[in-house]
Design a protein around this ligand. Structure first.
Ligand code: SAM
Length: 162
């Protein structure tokens, strides 16, 4: 698969998975955590499909489109390895949904990220909460759910905490 095809598959899957999870978390309290603001595309979509849900966004820098930048209280700047571990004073509740868009496409780098990300994401997810991730995570107290059909090429996985 060319990188262009892989990119398109990822965008297509992101939209479908975010919309699926937005419906599923209707009864799960807690904020949404967006890991990786990037250009702000998925953040912008999340706030559109989840009006009224508090969304905290993490990135090491703010370089998004100006129309897709969270307010200062909800933009958590720094290395996620530290900010996710110590975000408790701002993100007071466990998350109903964590969207992890930190994949690099490099298998070694992604494997290493999965190792430090997994325990942080486990700790920050509410019981019954969802995680959608482009980086493979080790989440033993979660069920891995099938992703909506046709989206397998995205390499996204979907998990729900027991
Ligand atoms: C693929 S982009 C996110 C794209 C975004 N979701 C969108 O739709 O526009 C990944 C982002 O994660 C950020 N990132 C990667 N590793 C990080 C880390 N360890 N700490 C903080 N930010 C990180 C990068 O700076 C980059 O902006």
């Amino acid at each position: 698969m060319s990188r262009l095809d892989a990119f398109l598959a990822r965008l297509h899957a992101q939209k479908a998975i975010l919309e699926y999870v937005a419906r599923e978390i209707a009864g799960v309290p807690g904020p949404v955590l967006e890991l990786g603001l990037g250009n702000g595309r998925t953040y912008d979509h999340l706030r559109e499909i989840l009006p009224g849900r508090e969304i905290f966004v993490f990135d090491r820098a703010v370089s998004a489109h100006p129309a897709s930048i969270p307010d200062g209280e909800h933009m958590i700047v720094g290395d996620i390895r530290e900010t996710l571990a110590y975000c408790g004073p701002r993100v007071k509740a466990q998350a109903a949904f964590i969207h992890c868009d930190l994949g690099t496409g490099d298998p070694t780098n992604d494997l290493a990220r999965g190792v430090w990300l997994s325990p942080l994401i486990r700790e920050r997810t509410a019981p019954g909460g969802y995680v959608a991730t482009g980086v493979r995570l080790d989440l033993p107290d979660f069920d891995e759910l099938p992703i909506p059909p046709g989206l397998e090429a995205s390499r996204y996985t979907l998990h729900r905490k027991r």
